[in-house]
Design a protein around this ligand. Structure first.
Ligand SMILES: Cc1ncc(COP(=O)(O)O)c(C=O)c1O
Length: 391
């Protein structure tokens, strides 16, 4: 029954992973090892969306004031709790690209025009800053020597007094490498720059304490490791910055007196909600909040422990078979995204799908991504199937 699981605060060894697995009916239909693309739908998210639909039918517009806006705040609270932020430091956004647009619109690139990213970052991040080239923004995209990581020294070497921002991922989407964002934030600050982290592939599967990390902005989304489906993304803005940055991409949700409908003056809210613009997708908010509740109930450290042990088991089995893996050597730096290099990844993905094993591909590679709801037996299933397909 949804809502009956209480792994929060109970010792790791006592967590009933099978009970959690039962919360995701899709796992009965396939061997699903593709959370890197899309997390599974929980029973809890499905019933939350049904609740939203019932409220829409029964209350019409009054649902906004009686329930829906509170649900958005509840979502903010769950996310803030997960990353160790204050409620006033979180904005709810429709997707990461919009969150980047809001942040980018608030930064002054006139005296510092440089942005440092790398080639392993998800391209929506670099595209955002490349699109600002006509405004004088210079985006430096660092090369990776091994397609797994970019050395911290390369970031250090790219920073100077003209750098406005380091903008990079905590977890790379095509190698699973976990970057040391604390070191990057410190490095950026030492040079008078800011640090923005794209954490789409990190939040949920690898714990983060944003305050300790020292990052200035963190963007992430709900549909992968936060098992919340599409339509919701999150923006963390460090409190001191949130109070003084003025996004020029804006809307009525950024106004401190939103319901005064004053068309003449835009008075920003004091908090990170000044980065919000318009009406949120409420059905998506319901789904996302139910997903986040599960993530918080299990807790980020238990999630990491469980997911890392599944992933290390997978890596061990793949290595035994001699496959070429593009992953970090150090398990502490490896998240649950395992890249298997292969000639024709599309064919492999299709042949696996014929056996109801779901993974995805990126150029030259297949990505396999176990999450807490997977099992060690499923690792065996995919490795056996790969053996039949690839040999
Ligand atoms: C690291 C990373 N950033 C961003 C995105 C997507 O951004 P958006 O929400 O704008 O579609 C993804 C999606 O795959 C991603 O893996």
């Amino acid at each position: 029954m949804p809502g009956n699981y209480t792994s929060m605060n109970i010792p790791y060894a006592e967590i009933d992973w099978q009970a959690w697995r039962d919360e995701f009916p899709g796992l009965q239909k396939s061997t699903y090892l593709n959370t890197v693309s899309l997390g599974q739908l929980s029973r809890r998210s499905r019933s939350a969306v049904n609740r939203f639909l019932d409220l829409w039918t029964e209350r019409g517009a009054s649902a906004w004031y009686s329930c829906w806006l509170a649900e958005v705040d509840g979502l903010r609270r769950e996310f803030a709790r997960l990353i160790g932020a204050g409620l006033d430091e979180v904005a709810i956004m429709p997707n990461v690209s919009s969150a980047l647009a809001a942040v980018g619109s608030a930064l002054d690139f006139s005296t510092r025009s440089g942005v440092v990213s790398c080639e392993l970052d998800f391209p929506t991040l670099t595209y955002h800053f490349l699109a600002k080239a006509p405004l004088g923004v210079e985006t430096r995209i660092l090369a990776s020597p091994d397609r797994i990581q970019v050395p911290l020294e390369a970031f250090e070497g790219a920073l100077d007094e003209r750098t406005a921002l380091i903008a990079t991922s905590r977890v790379y989407f095509t190698s699973g490498y976990i970057q040391d964002v604390e070191a990057l934030a410190e490095m950026a600050h030492k040079h008078g720059a800011l640090c923005l982290v794209d954490d789409y592939q990190g939040t949920g599967q690898v714990p983060i304490d944003v305050r300790r990390s020292g990052v200035d902005f963190l963007v992430t989304g709900g549909l992968k490791w936060l098992i919340g489906g599409p339509g919701v993304a999150y923006l963390y803005v460090r409190r001191e910055l949130a109070a003084r940055l003025a996004p020029s991409v804006s809307g009525w949700f950024a106004h401190r007196r939103q319901f005064d409908f004053d068309p003449y003056t835009l008075e920003y809210r004091d908090d990170a909600q000044r980065f919000e613009a318009g009406t949120p997708a409420v059905a998506a908010v319901y789904a996302a909040k139910a997903g986040l509740e599960i993530i918080n109930e299990i807790g980020p450290h238990a999630l990491r422990q469980r997911t890392a042990s599944l992933n290390q088991d997978l890596v061990g089995r793949l290595r035994e078979q001699g496959y070429r893996l593009r992953i970090p050597e150090d398990p502490d730096r490896h998240s649950s995204i395992t890249i298997l290099e292969t000639e024709d990844p599309l064919r492999v993905v299709h042949l696996l799908a014929d056996r109801r094993i779901i993974v995805d591909k990126r150029p030259g590679a297949v990505r396999v991504s176990p999450y807490f709801y997977n099992t060690f037996e499923e690792n065996g299933v995919i490795v056996d199937a790969l053996g039949e397909i690839l040999r």
